[in-house]
Design a protein around this ligand. Structure first.
Ligand SMILES: Cc1cc2nc3c(=O)[nH]c(=O)nc-3n(C[C@H](O)[C@H](O)[C@H](O)COP(=O)(O)OP(=O)(O)OC[C@H]3O[C@@H](n4cnc5c(N)ncnc54)[C@H](O)[C@@H]3O)c2cc1C
Length: 527
């Protein structure tokens, strides 16, 4: 997956005056899912992303591939069932990236065991053949065995259930590689700047800017799909300045701690916080991630900031359940994501997480809402609509059993791997090539003693995964920034020199990259 080659393909298709079947605007889970689905059906597809793939919400989730126990409580059975099915398909198609995780709901009141026990049995039932394992009641001792960090005072027992976990940005990069493997042209750092309209007034292409070269690109297409998350309405208004608001935004934050705050391999699920939401504390890449919140936001941004009350809320709520309550100074990183919620009545936390497909009078096809977990189903629905709307060849969806790039049976790469190499498992089949690079002692060196990442991963990210900046490497190709903001900042210099050598950039570029990344990392710290 090389950026120059991708841009060249956009240029060549324009020169040949052949429209793409589908042009997608937005390189998050939704847009990349559409690109994969369309390419897998044999349609020609181009995708442009304003920043890096996954820069938006899709790298900032709670990292759960789940049906959503909370939606069950809200009575949204169809959403839960569809998400549980997608959870099963995703684990089957990307076993290198999705794995089962046990969750425990601790019980401190007598009614909680029967209440959550029955609710989670229903969750198992709805999963049907896509189930990850049966839930069951736990004694007090079993609960503490699974969650040794839990507050023991007043604890009566718990309920264990199973859901999925993943690395969101890594899955996104592998989806981009899947799309590329299937012939799609996907370009990062290439914002759509306008939508083209034909003589009939219908949208028939995208104007975009290659921000690396300043070149303006014209991408003619039979159908344009707007998959820009919280930026949905901005793109709709490129074609119709009067378009009414479709999406409102709410933000959710996560705090990341040292793993000692959550010993063991089980996640903690608090089913009802003081604001009526759920809170998770989950083990992730050797750390503990706690979240999330739901706070309405006025204007979308690519780098949303946490509010002080959100930080306090998570510290306090997690502190009520953990025997060693985390404090401010224990926070290694804070990250913030914005939910694109389809406008409706009521509080943002009660708005539906279903996806919506909307066709403007200009023929622009917008897809928004939904969840990471359901990206494949959303894409199938969207491409079905695109085929009808654009009179494209009617080809069947092929993604239900499509292996995601790097596909490797779970555990197939295990065996003699050292702990240090274990983190490479998320690359799936590509891990072998990274190990080969790491055979060179310079590239085999760790970038920071606190995190497992190797210099070889920087080189791989630049050569094969279209990483263009230090941030791309430290935020999304590896997850350093999301795990430990200070350690990530400390890695900026070596990463900048490795990248400069790979991308043919000079020292000045590398120094500017270090400066930009260090400033960004400050926002991921809690002071
Ligand atoms: C706090 C939080 C926790 C969550 N946790 C989970 C979870 O655990 N499990 C789950 O299943 N779901 C979860 N979700 C939901 C899930 O993350 C989102 O549904 C999903 O990531 C949305 O993806 P998207 O592609 O629609 O949006 P985004 O990822 O935001 O992608 C939109 C992209 O469009 C790009 N863009 C904008 N304007 C332009 C333009 N003019 N030209 C080109 N590109 C443009 C942006 O740069 C961005 O990359 C969570 C959401 C939040 C906020």
């Amino acid at each position: 997956m090389q950026r120059e080659a991708m841009v060249r393909r956009l240029r060549e298709q324009f020169d040949a005056q052949v429209p793409w079947d589908i042009a997608v605007v937005g390189g998050g889970a939704t847009g990349m899912g559409v690109a994969v689905d369309a390419a897998a059906r044999g349609l020609s597809v181009a995708l442009v992303e304003a920043h890096d793939f996954g820069k938006g919400t899709s790298s900032r989730s709670t990292k759960l591939v789940h049906g959503g126990v909370r939606y069950l409580e809200q009575g949204n059975i169809p959403l839960v069932m569809s998400a549980l099915k997608e959870r099963g398909l995703l684990r089957r198609n990307a076993p290198h990236l999705v794995h089962d995780l046990a969750f425990v709901v601790p019980n401190y009141s007598w009614w909680e065991a029967p209440f959550y026990g029955i609710g989670l049995k229903l969750y198992d039932l709805l999963a049907g053949k896509y189930g990850f394992g049966p839930s069951r009641l736990l004694s007090r001792e079993e609960t503490l065995e699974r969650l040794p960090a839990l507050e023991p005072e007043g604890l009566l027992g718990g309920v264990v259930y199973y859901d999925g976990q993943f690395d969101d940005a890594r899955l996104l990069i592998h989806l981009a590689m899947t799309a590329a493997d299937l012939g799609a042209a996907v370009v990062n750092y290439c914002p759509a700047t306008g939508l083209m309209r034909g003589a009939d007034g219908y949208v028939n292409g995208v104007m975009a800017l290659d921000t690396e070269t300043g070149e303006e690109l014209t991408i003619p297409a039979r159908i344009v799909v707007n998959a820009t998350g919280v930026f949905t309405d901005q793109v709709r208004r490129m074609a119709d300045p009067q378009a009414e608001t479709l999406v409102i935004t709410s933000q959710g934050i996560h705090l990341v701690f040292d793993r000692s705050f959550l010993k063991g391999d089980t996640a903690l699920m608090v089913p009802r916080t003081s604001d009526g939401r759920v809170l998770f504390v989950i083990p992730w890449h050797g750390h503990a991630v706690a979240g999330t919140t739901d706070t309405p936001v006025d204007a979308p941004s690519l780098e949303p900031k946490p509010l002080e009350e959100e930080i306090q809320f998570i510290l306090e709520t997690a502190g009520q359940y953990l025997s060693r309550p985390p404090r401010r100074r224990d926070v290694l990183a804070v990250y913030v994501g914005l939910r694109p919620l389809v406008k409706g009545e009521g509080k943002t936390s009660t708005l539906s997480r279903d996806h919506v497909i909307h066709v403007d009078g200009t023929g622009l096809l917008t897809i928004t809402g939904g969840k990471w977990t359901t990206y494949r189903h959303m894409a199938e629905d969207c491409v079905d609509h695109a085929i009808t709307l654009g009179r494209l060849p009617d080809m069947e969806c092929a993604t239900k059993s499509l292996h995601i790039h790097g596909y490797m049976e779970a555990g197939a790469a295990a065996g003699t791997r050292s702990e240090e190499e274990e983190h490479l498992s998320v690359y799936g089949a590509d891990a072998e090539a990274i190990r080969a690079l790491a055979a060179d002692p310079v590239l085999g060196a760790r970038l920071n003693p606190l995190l497992p990442y190797l210099a070889a991963e920087v080189v791989w990210a630049a050569r094969e995964e279209m990483a263009r900046t230090v941030e791309d490497v430290l935020a999304r190709r590896t997850r350093a920034l999301f795990l430990n903001a200070q350690a990530a900042a400390d890695m900026a210099e070596p990463v900048a020199s490795l990248l400069a050598a790979e991308l043919g950039r000079g020292e000045e570029w590398a120094a500017a990259q270090v400066g930009e990344f260090s400033a960004l990392a400050e926002q991921y710290k809690v002071v």
